[in-house]
Design a protein around this ligand. Structure first.
Ligand code: HEM
Length: 350
């Protein structure tokens, strides 16, 4: 990987948005430059090694970061396993049997802890890994603002509520993003992550066989593509087969996602909505990204940084977890104490 490419985009002029670092002054790409100068190279090494044999992993990491940020901010809440005090987000509808990469984040954390113990948050590791995943798949690189801290809680209900669904209409997608402070350009730019990775057939079965209960396929699906997808996802199949988001370059972060939408080859209904919703303001944005990969990349960088800034914990908030799947002992003891106190209250009020 070319490490230079990681910094080349820090100073680009962003076409639709503001400048990359303007939205959150608290985070800083140099946050660990003195306390953990090896951080970037450790993340690159572990993720690079895994991705050589598991070419899908960068996609899974980018998605993991998105699913973290949309639920109480980018605070590594998605990494917390179920315990007596944690209702794990991993069990929420959009995540269950679907999230990948948790162990890779753990492997990175182990390596980072060896080099610089108790310094680097899991939220920063995940955000940095998402940025490096872009570069590993041929996408743009950027200086990732750092300094997030890890949450003491997770929120499964909020994961069910905040994460958009594959059958969402454009208005629903827009409001899911607006709820996170992200605009229409962010929606279109970040959806471009669907140029890498896979989706299970169960998310498109209705499009292939019975769209909107019509007994017919989704008319906004190209006929040849439809046949191809029907082959990969048989009507009464288990729904667990996986389909590439981008049929031509499935592991390359490029502008193909937008060119596919232009020819009715968006995999999810929610993807195709961006281009096929009559009169939508997203159509011209799709066209501009489809016409020029640099424009897409510049906006992807801008929106990834914006997403990475959502609801971050900084300063003395949260903690630096020792193990990404669990809150630290002290805080879990505190949780337990609170639980016991609440329990006492309940008992005494009966
Ligand atoms: C706009 C609303 C979105 C919807 C409705 C949506 C929905 C989905 C669904 C249903 C899958 C397949 C999951 C599975 O088969 O288990 C998926 C995969 C994926 N999503 Fe999204 N997504 C959205 C936005 C995003 C954003 C903003 C990003 C990142 C910036 C993203 C990155 C990915 C990636 C990379 C994959 C493939 C993961 C893998 O192969 O492991 N998605 N998405």
């Amino acid at each position: 990987m070319n490490s230079l490419s990681l910094i080349t985009l820090c100073c680009v002029v962003v076409v639709f948005g503001g400048l990359p670092f303007s939205s959150n002054a608290q985070l800083d790409p140099l946050f660990y430059s003195k306390t953990c100068p090896q951080l970037q190279s450790i993340v690159q090494k572990v993720l690079g090694d895994v991705s050589r044999t598991d070419t899908r992993m960068p996609a899974s990491i980018i998605r993991l970061h998105f699913h973290d940020c949309f639920v109480q901010g980018c605070d590594a809440s998605v990494l917390l396993n179920k315990t007596t005090t944690i209702d794990s987000e991993q069990d929420a509808g959009p995540n269950i049997n679907s999230l990948r990469g948790l162990n890779v984040i753990n492997d990175i954390k182990t390596a980072v802890e060896k080099a610089c113990p108790n310094i680097v948050s899991c939220a920063d590791i995940l955000t940095l890994a998402a940025g490096i995943s872009s570069v590993l798949t041929g996408g743009p690189g950027w200086l990732v603002p750092l300094g997030r801290r890890d949450s003491l809680t997770a929120n499964k209900a909020l994961a069910n509520q905040n994460l958009p669904g594959p059958s969402n209409a454009l208005t629903e997608l827009k409001s899911a993003f607006a709820a996170q402070g992200l605009n229409t350009v962010d929606l279109v730019a970040l959806s471009g992550a669907h140029t890498i990775g896979r989706a299970r057939c169960l998310f498109i079965t209705d499009r292939l066989y019975n769209f909107d209960n019509t007994g017919k396929p989704d008319p906004s699906l190209d006929k040849t593509y439809l046949k191809d997808l029907q082959k990969q996802c048989p009507q009464n199949g288990p729904g667990t087969n996986r389909v590439n988001f981008d049929p031509t370059t499935p592991d390359k972060l490029d502008k193909n996602f937008y060119n596919n939408l232009q020819v009715k080859k968006g995999l999810l209904q929610s993807d195709q909505e961006l281009f096929s919703t009559p009169g939508a303001d997203t159509i011209s944005i799709v066209n501009s990204f489809a016409n020029d990969q640099n424009v897409f990349f510049q906006n992807f960088v801008n929106s990834m940084i914006k997403m990475g800034n959502i609801g971050v914990l900084t300063g003395k908030k949260g903690e630096i977890r020792k193990q990404c799947n669990f809150v630290n002992k002290k805080s879990s003891k505190l949780d337990l104490a609170i639980e016991l106190l609440e329990g006492e209250d309940m008992v005494s009020s009966i």
